[in-house]
Design a protein around this ligand. Structure first.
Ligand code: ATP
Length: 249
């Protein structure tokens, strides 16, 4: 996935400006930076979820493989570019319906394929053994960490190419957070992952590449993008050095 001179305005206020970024297929990219620098806004441009916000204006270009994201149908784009939010947001349905419903909505109709994809996705997130005997129980009967893994399974069942994750561990208790972080790391190579995180230690543990955003001239800007090793061990920009050392932000 690639952005070229991407900018986003909410009304007349820029959320971020002129971000050009190349995301390697199969890699994990962490988006870091202080609050309000446009990380979430950037993420939601990539699957055009931001279009649901009134008065927002996007300029620049986003490419997914050879396709221009603006030219794609939004529903099929969101199947290819899935999203996991900070707070687990299962549908108010049973565990199994949480996976079955989006599959059916996206045109998967054969029963054997639906069952197979549900089981594979639940195994992928380590939930299968925990829920296989209570698939019809409400999703809300699961713990917070289990709900987040269910939401991840729901996204994986659609076989996305890219997964966008907005602080996926920050609303979870430390143990569940560790489980979800390990899961994210285990998806490397199979999916292209972009993860917004305030947890620098987590970014260091899981990311291949890191993008630092910052507010400058009242708009979010991409300050530095590079490998996790470069960003954490030999940052090129003074702001990156200050941020990762805890002196700024
Ligand atoms: N729906 C919206 N309408 C208007 N302004 C918005 C909206 N969403 C975000 N903003 C503004 O856009 C800027 C970037 O916000 P964004 O949430 O993308 O930053 P962030 O880096 O993800 O912050 P945080 O780390 O606190 O989640 C902020 O100034 C914010 O107030």
């Amino acid at each position: 996935m690639q952005t070229e001179h991407l900018s986003l305005y909410y009304g007349s206020k820029p959320a971020f400006k002129d971000v050009s970024l190349q995301i390697q297929a199969g890699s994990i990219t962490a988006l870091i930076g202080p609050s309000g620098c446009g990380k979430t806004s950037f993420l939601t441009c990539l699957n055009r979820l931001v279009e649901l916000t009134p008065n927002c204006k996007v300029s620049g270009r986003i490419r997914l493989g050879d396709s221009d994201v603006q030219a794609l149908d939004a529903i099929s784009l969101r199947r290819r570019v899935g999203m996991l939010f900070q707070k687990p947001n299962p549908f108010p349905l049973s565990i199994v319906r949480n996976l079955e419903f989006p599959l059916q909505e996206h045109g998967v109709s054969r029963r054997d394929e639906i069952d197979c994809r549900i089981e594979d996705a639940l195994r992928d997130v380590g939930l299968w053994h925990e829920v296989k005997d209570r698939l019809k129980a409400p999703a809300f009967s699961l713990s917070g960490g289990q709900q987040q893994r269910l939401c991840l399974a729901r996204a994986l069942a659609l076989k996305p190419e890219v997964l966008l994750m907005d602080e996926p561990c920050s609303a979870l208790d430390p143990l569940s957070s560790e489980v979800v972080e390990d899961l994210i790391a285990s998806l490397r190579g199979r999916f292209t992952l972009l993860v917004v995180t305030h947890n620098l230690a987590q970014a260091k543990r899981i990311a291949d590449d890191v993008a630092l955003f910052w507010v400058a001239d009242e708009a979010g800007q991409l300050i530095e993008f590079g490998s996790a090793t470069q960003i954490f061990e030999s940052p090129q920009h003074a702001l990156t050095a200050a941020y990762i050392s805890g002196r700024r932000g």
